[in-house]
Each structure stands twice: as C-alpha cells, then as structure tokens.
Design a protein around this ligand. Structure first.
Ligand code: ADP
Ligand code: LRH
Length: 481
C-alpha cells in the first residue's frame, strides 16, 4: 500500500509543495504548487514575506490533496520569527541578507572567543548565523517582548498544527547548539545574554509534531518533522551508492562537503571556515557555504531577467578561467548591482573585467566550480573522508555548464540530480516515519536512485589549469587584502 505525502520545500528563490506517492519500492512525485520567494525591503530592512509563504503552503497542501497521509516542511536555515506572550508574531522575520549583522560577529567574539564557539557548535562564521542576528537584535522592543523563537519551518509548522518545537538539523545552524550532543548549549546562551526560555524543545527528524488544524482544510493529517534545514533534506536525497562521495547542493547557495558520523571540531577546520551541520540519522554535514547561484540570479535581475538557456549557451562558448572571483567572499551577500561588484572584484585582483553578459556568466560559473573544487578537496583532507564522486543536486543540477566545470575543476566524475533532492529527502523521511519504507540513509538513497534520471559528467581538460587558477586566486586575494 502506498501513501501520499506533501513535501513543502522553501528555497530562497522559490517555495514549492511536492506531492509524492510512495510505496516500499516506488517513488513518484509531481509539483503541486510553486510560488516565488525573495527579499522584500521595508524601510532600511530586508524581510521575508512570511504570510505570503504561509499562504503558498496552504494553497500547495490543498493542491497536493485531497487525501494526504502526512506533511513535512523544510526551508533555508538560520532565520526565525518571534512570538509574544499571546503567541502573536512580532514583526515580519528579517532576511539573512539584511545588513543588521554587519560587524556583529567581531563584537560577539569579543565576549566569547570564536575558537570557543567553534569548539561547541562547529559552525562556520557567517554573519547571518542566528546567534549574530540575536546579538544584533539585543535591546530592541521586539526581542524584549518575545517569549518564543521559532525557526522558519517550525514557525510554519506551528501555524499549521499549534505545536512549538525546534527541529534539530536546522537548530544546528543557529550557533547555539552543541554539535556533539545535539542539544542546546545553555552555557553559550547565558554567556551571550540570550534567554534560554526563548527556545522550544528539540525534536529529531521523523517525529510527528501534531496534526493539521481544521482551518487548513486538508483533513486531520499528521505533520512530521523532517530534516527541516533544506540542506539536510537535500543530502538525504543524494543518490549516493557509498559513503565516498562529496555533495554540492546548488541553488541560491552551493553547500559543498562530505557526510560524516561525528563532528570535526579542529582548529584547522575552523581556520578553513568549515561547518558541522547536523543531519538526519545522527549524521554530520561537514561543509562550506559557497555563494552559489545567487551571483547569477542577481546578475540576471540586474539585466532584466533575460533567457537563461541562451546566456548559458553563450557562456559555454567563452574562453574559460579568464577571470575568477572568490565565491566565498561575504562581500557578495547583500543584494544589488552584482555585475558591477563582480567586475570590481576582478579589477581589484588585477584581472580583466568581463566585458559582456556571457563573459560575466562564464566568470561566475568558473568561480563557482573553483570554489566547489576547493571545498571538496578541503572537506576530504580535513575530515579524512575519501571522495571518489561528486553529487550535484538542487536547481544547479540543471546547469550543464556548471556541472561539467565542477567535474573538470574537481578532477572527479559528477553525478547530477535530482533537482528536487530536498523534496525527496523530506518526503522519504516522512514515508519512513509512516512505516512505508524502512532502513537507513542507504536504503532511502536507493529509492531516490531508482526513481530519478541522473546525468554523469566525466572530468575533461587539464586539471593543472584549475590548480593554477586556484593558486592565482589565493595569491591575488591575499595581495589585494
Ligand atoms: P533555492 O532552493 O535556493 O530557491 P533552487 O534549488 O530552486 O534554489 O535553484 C534555483 C537555481 O537553479 C536558479 O537560480 C538557476 O540558476 C538554476 N536553474 C533553474 N532552472 C534552470 C535551468 N533550466 N537551467 C539552468 N539552471 C537552472
Ligand atoms: C540553503 C541554506 C544554506 C544556509 C542558507 C542560509 O538554502 O539553507 O544551507 O546556509 O540557506
């Protein structure tokens, strides 16, 4: 007997509700609903339009029905809503690209040294980690009035069911979780003056958190906590056959790394800015955040959204590695004027600024592939995890040029797909909680493999060209610093 499952997957560029039909040996899915997402500037602050997202979820659940067996939600990480004593939302959640955290990590590290934080959380310093957002919000009337903080998927889950929980994979991106024990670090909270009571109890993926409330209009359906961090679900959806793989989860961001059984909390890993994010079934994603297709999205927006396929074809015809930028540079986090900022980064590092959109797109994709190479190699070196294949999942798996360049840069085969890996991972964790499928991550991944068309890219060209480009970039970056 099969089940019908709704996987709600909210990415930074679009939200989607996927309807899955799953039996022990079969997985089918169709897109029930997709809606746009992105930052909304209100005054000086960038927000998410969280009620529009909630409406998109409701529309999607109704479209995925009429009879659902369960629902699960994942979204981008780190962001949250605050509830007051009556349970009302205190303001629109702030977007992680907002400038309020500029300079905040240094101020926090003056109170708790970065090395001490890393020793507990194992988290890469990104200015938007929840810990820094909360530090930026200290002293605001909103935070003073807040009685509960819920991360975005948990906030939506709360509105759908009434439950108040924090799913642990997403909690690991807050900077307030102990990566070894998978529990809140109350010590870090008190050291930074963050009220412990703000945080809801933790649940592991696979826990039923409640049932849809009547107003949702989709029946009394269980809501299951999944890997609610989209990257956690995406890595469940990686169709790997062994542990010897690296993943590049490419959408708005590229999340690049390996899967481990335990965190690596070394000083070398901290210096290299690697994160230990918690995964499904007790796993750890040892990865680096690379700026991702945000660079391309923002260029397209600036150019009035021209046809992407034509532009990618033109970029494929451009000479490679003419100019590359550091796709890990936090300077690219804010929105706006991306073509000019990339051109300026090229000039600043003594390279020719790309003269046409096609050349600029080639520069972006070369830079991403180079950053993928760096992160795959460093993840493997720093963790000791052998890598013999790179899995590219997410929207970027559709970008043939990016997949080929990633294979060339890594000197390893790339297996691309599924595009909707996060929805797969989300749905399969629900199916297992319902008892329809059994086994661990290898069994879930076998189901992904059997139900998806994957594309394999063999590495081409001279790998030393990528090594030289990496060395040049490192030298230029340190020279220009
Ligand atoms: P997110 O979940 O962060 O919103 P997605 O995983 O949906 O991101 O990926 C979105 C990205 O996928 C787009 O920015 C675009 O670069 C890429 N993409 C989507 N469709 C195509 C396509 N047909 N060809 C090439 N790239 C594509
Ligand atoms: C990708 C993602 C990533 C986070 C970023 C904020 O969607 O969840 O893993 O670092 O958004």
């Amino acid at each position: 007997m099969g089940v019908r499952i709704a996987a709600v997957d909210l990415g930074a560029s679009s939200g989607r509700v996927m309807a899955f039909d799953i039996a022990a040996d079969r997985v089918d899915f169709a897109e029930a609903h997709r809606f746009p997402n992105g930052p909304v500037r209100l005054g000086d602050t960038l927000h998410w339009d969280v009620l529009a997202l909630y409406q998109g979820v409701l529309d999607g659940l109704r479209a995925a029905g009429p009879r659902l067996d369960s629902v699960g939600i994942d979204s981008w990480a780190v962001d949250y809503g605050l509830l007051d004593a009556t349970g009302a939302l205190l303001g629109n959640p702030v977007h992680y690209r907002d400038a309020r955290t500029d300079g905040v990590p240094d101020a926090v590290h003056a109170r708790v040294p970065a090395a001490d934080l890393y020793g507990v959380t194992g988290l890469q310093v990104l200015p938007f980690n929840t810990i820094y957002q909360l530090a930026a919000a200290q002293g605001t009337p909103q935070l003073a009035a807040a009685r509960q903080l819920l991360l975005i998927p948990d906030l939506l889950g709360h509105w759908l069911t009434g439950a108040r929980v924090t799913e642990v994979t997403n909690a690991s991106t807050t900077g307030l979780l102990d990566a070894r024990t998978r529990t809140w670090s109350t010590e870090l909270m008190s050291g930074l003056g963050i009220a412990e009571g703000l945080f809801a109890p933790l649940v592991e993926p696979g826990t039923v958190i409640g049932e849809l409330l009547p107003h949702v209009g989709a029946g009394s359906v269980p809501v299951v906590a999944v890997g609610s961090h989209d990257t956690a679900s995406a890595v469940v959806g990686v169709p790997a056959t062994t542990r010897n793989f690296a993943y590049v989860a490419t959408g708005t961001w590229s999340l690049v790394g390996v899967e481990l059984d335990a965190p690596v909390l070394t000083e070398a890993g901290r210096q290299a800015n690697f994160s230990n994010e918690l995964g499904v079934d007790g796993t750890v994603r040892y990865l680096r955040n690379v700026m991702g297709l945000w660079l391309l999205q923002e260029c397209l927006r600036e150019w009035g959204d021209p046809d992407l396929t034509g532009l990618l074809d033109a970029a494929a015809g451009e000479p490679g590695l003419t100019a590359v930028v550091d796709a890990g540079d936090p300077a690219f986090i804010p929105p706006g004027d991306m073509p000019a900022r990339i051109a300026a980064a090229c000039t600043r590092t003594g390279q020719p600024a790309p003269g046409t959109p096609a050349a600029l797109v080639r520069c972006v994709l070369d830079s991403l592939a180079l950053a993928h190479r760096r992160a795959v190699r460093q993840a493997s070196d720093l963790s000791g995890q052998h890598v013999d294949v790179v899995h590219v999942v997410g929207g970027g798996a559709r970008n043939r040029l990016l997949c080929q360049l990633t294979a060339d840069a890594c000197g390893l085969p790339v297996i691309a797909g599924p595009v909707e890996a996060a929805a797969y991972g989300n749905a399969l964790v629900q199916a297992r909680a319902l008892g329809v499928v059994t086994g661990g991550l290898p069994e879930l991944r076998a189901l992904v493999r059997e139900s998806t068309e994957l594309v394999r890219y063999e590495p081409n060209g001279d790998p030393s060209a990528w090594r030289a480009a990496e060395e040049r970039l490192t030298a230029r970056e340190s020279g220009a610093a």
